[in-house]
Design a protein around this ligand. Structure first.
Ligand SMILES: Cc1cc2nc3c(=O)[nH]c(=O)nc-3n(C[C@H](O)[C@H](O)[C@H](O)COP(=O)(O)OP(=O)(O)OC[C@H]3O[C@@H](n4cnc5c(N)ncnc54)[C@H](O)[C@@H]3O)c2cc1C
Length: 376
């Protein structure tokens, strides 16, 4: 028996879910608010871990293609002092495939493959328990019903209220992103500073991280502790005003490090929000959540990995569940498994953010030494 299944959102969670179902010849409606795949900039590179994101891609039959596209050398990590002194310069072995990087656009296209996403279908509300199943309301006024609706619609999920009243809260750390293009030709000194992967500089309650994407594109993240309203006297659309404000905030840092901000193009403000660690809910038949919709956590390299593995696992459980009762049991078992694993990662990343943007910058270095193998 084939159930009527919809997934809301075509991020890493929703696409992996749909792609694994597709591998099992199981139909699923993928409902995405964006009007087209490239309607928004895709965001920075993702590192996919062997036991998480890569395992999910294996379940989707896409691991070999991922290995061909990904950048193992992108795992390299350099840490500098605010005065520019190199404190750590870690490079992976040539055969190290533990956490290779991939551009989000490449990952999306890999997962999209044969999937028929319904673009421009923003969901506004999900109502479980109606006579015909779970009712989905769309922004254009239309409605449809399904046996199972999977909310993979990210931090500000419109599916989540059907199972939980919890909403994300501000961490006290904000982030302003900028980027550099053609770094190897236009900014060779910065290209050397960044190396093949990332460079991170930690100061008192501040951090600057620059990360290489493919094609000489670099994303720069300025993170700092600040009240949510820190920018009330600043026009965030005024690029030069934001640049000056950041340069003032990082005043005294080494000139080559500040060049990452001086040469940045547009600036995007992203305060870091999270859901409570160990967010769970009372099971609601016909609705569940995946990825950031279920467990938004600090962006320290776990969110997309968890989202993808959850998508793959839920899809496999559904494909193996023939009857209506079994579908609900499969979802319940999946939720317990997801909550336990995501709770552990939420603890790790929450503690990590405290140490990476900390009054004591040596905490960041100590954390790096704890999680990375010995420097080579
Ligand atoms: C700067 C930064 C760096 C990061 N680096 C990493 C990393 O290296 N590794 C890692 O594992 N994680 C990383 N993360 C975290 C990762 O980006 C997220 O955890 C991941 O994208 C979550 O995937 P998702 O599919 O759950 O949600 P999303 O990626 O947010 O996708 C949600 C989708 O749902 C759609 N949508 C939203 N609302 C609706 C609606 N109402 N109706 C229909 N569609 C809707 C959205 O348009 C979007 O396509 C990083 C995050 C940030 C901010």
């Amino acid at each position: 028996m084939r159930h009527r299944i919809a997934v809301v959102g075509s991020g890493p969670a929703g696409l992996t879910f749909a792609r694994v179902l597709h591998r099992h010849d199981y139909p699923v409606a993928v409902l995405e608010r964006d009007p087209a795949p490239d309607a928004r900039p895709p965001g920075g590179t993702l590192d996919l871990h062997e036991g998480l994101g890569q395992l999910a891609l294996d379940k989707a039959g896409l691991l070999a293609e991922f290995q061909a596209l990904s950048r193992p050398e992108g795992q390299a990590m350099r840490i500098l002092d605010a005065d520019g002194t190199v404190l750590r310069d870690w490079r992976p072995r040539p055969d190290d495939r533990a956490n290779p990087e991939i551009d989000r656009r490449q990952l999306r296209d890999l997962l999209l493959g044969p999937l028929d996403v319904q673009w421009g279908r923003g969901v506004t509300e999900v109502v479980p328990g109606t006579r015909d199943g779970v009712l989905v309301h769309f922004a254009d006024g239309r409605q449809e019903t399904y046996d199972l609706v999977v909310g993979a619609d990210g931090a500000w999920s419109r599916v989540r209220p059907a199972v939980s009243s919890v909403t994300p809260h501000y961490t006290g750390v904000t982030s302003v992103e900028t980027s550099l293009d053609d770094v190897d030709t236009r900014h060779p000194d910065l290209a050397r500073l960044i190396g093949d992967g990332s460079v991170a500089v930690y100061g008192v309650n501040r951090a600057l991280v620059a990360q290489r994407n493919s094609g000489g594109h670099v994303k720069v993240y300025a993170r700092f502790r600040a009240p949510l309203e820190w920018h009330t006297n600043l026009d965030l659309a005024d690029v030069e005003a934001v640049r000056s404000s950041l340069l003032a905030l990082f005043d005294g840092w080494a000139a080559p490090v500040l060049d990452l901000l001086r040469h940045g193009t547009a600036f995007v403000h992203r305060p870091l929000y999270v859901l409570p660690v160990s967010h769970t809910w009372t099971h609601v038949p016909g609705v569940t959540l995946l990825g950031d919709a279920a467990h938004l956590m600090p962006p320290l390299g776990a969110g997309a990995n968890l989202a993808m593995l959850e998508g793959a696992e839920l899809a496999e459980s559904i494909a193996a569940a023939p009857g209506p009762g079994e579908l609900d049991d499969a979802v319940r078992v999946f939720e317990e498994q997801m909550w336990a694993r995501a709770g552990r990662w939420a603890q790790i990343t929450t503690a990590g953010l405290e140490r990476l943007v900390s009054p004591d910058p040596t905490e960041a270095l100590a954390l790096f030494d704890q999680v990375q193998p010995s420097p080579r």
